[in-house]
Design a protein around this ligand. Structure first.
Ligand SMILES: [Zn+2]
Length: 253
């Protein structure tokens, strides 16, 4: 029963956490602005009232515009709020009790990293490197020494495989195609989801990235071999799905 209330609380909090994550990703790496939250309009600087900060609803009611100056509010805000809710729903469906919170935190931190990557083409180290010890800690609590050594190995393999591909690509094409941030993110995915999840993370990541490019194509942004498309958001989605989906397919109990 307590678990039920925790789940409801987590789901109710998810869109608000998403709102904070999205605003923070747009302020990154300005920690002072992040700490103050999204309290004012980016264009006119007017302080937003609590009614203007309701996730998704405010955006729809105001038709994506500031109520004072009419400046467009980026669609990334409602999108981030919905994705944070989606991460919460997946965590609730796949896990129980404290594991739900751990999973949701994983999803939300990945979401933050993905949103920063979309804007800056960089995955913050604080996200990728921070998630590695967190994932190893959770795997130790869940499965003891055996699990933590397996997932530690997965983190190493994850990093090494993308780092090698990145180096080879740079050698052949003479430019960066894949950042080390992606390699660190795959290491974090391995630390959380284990070695058998690595191929899934990469496949889901590539699939999600192609999906994003296809949507961009439909919206009129044609991608060529030279178009920079961040791999981070797809990989982040792959990490989270690879962590949650196995428990959904075969529930533990
Ligand atoms: Zn305004």
């Amino acid at each position: 029963m307590i678990s039920f209330y925790l789940d409801v609380f987590l789901l109710a909090a998810s869109p608000f956490i998403g709102s904070f994550i999205t605003a923070s990703s747009r302020s990154w790496p300005d920690w002072i602005r992040i700490a103050s939250g999204r309290s004012s309009c980016d264009a006119c600087g007017r302080r937003l009232s609590p009614l203007e900060l309701i996730p998704v609803v405010s955006f729809l009611v105001q038709r994506g515009k500031c109520r004072s100056c009419g400046a467009p509010v980026s669609w990334i805000h409602p999108a981030g709020e919905l994705l944070a809710l989606l991460a919460g729903i997946l965590a609730v469906l796949a896990f129980d009790g404290g594991w739900t919170f751990a999973a949701a935190m994983f999803g939300w931190i990945l979401l933050f990293g993905a949103l920063v990557d979309i804007r800056t083409f960089l995955l913050p180290d604080v996200v990728t490197l921070g998630l590695i010890p967190a994932g190893l800690g959770v795997s130790y609590l869940a499965g003891g020494l055996e699990a933590v050594s397996l997932n530690g190995l997965a983190a190493l393999i994850g990093f090494a495989s993308l780092a090698v591909i990145s180096a080879v690509y740079k050698r052949l094409r003479g430019r960066d195609g894949l950042g080390l941030g992606d390699a660190k993110l795959l290491a974090a995915g391995g630390a959380w989801a284990g070695p058998f999840a690595l191929p899934w993370i990469v496949m889901l990541g590539a699939g999600a990235t192609l999906f994003i490019v296809a949507i961009g194509h439909v919206l009129g942004r044609k991608a060529t071999a030279d178009t920079a498309v961040p791999l981070g958001p797809g990989l982040a989605a792959g990490c989270y799905l690879a962590y949650c989906l196995p428990s959904l397919v075969q529930p533990l109990t």
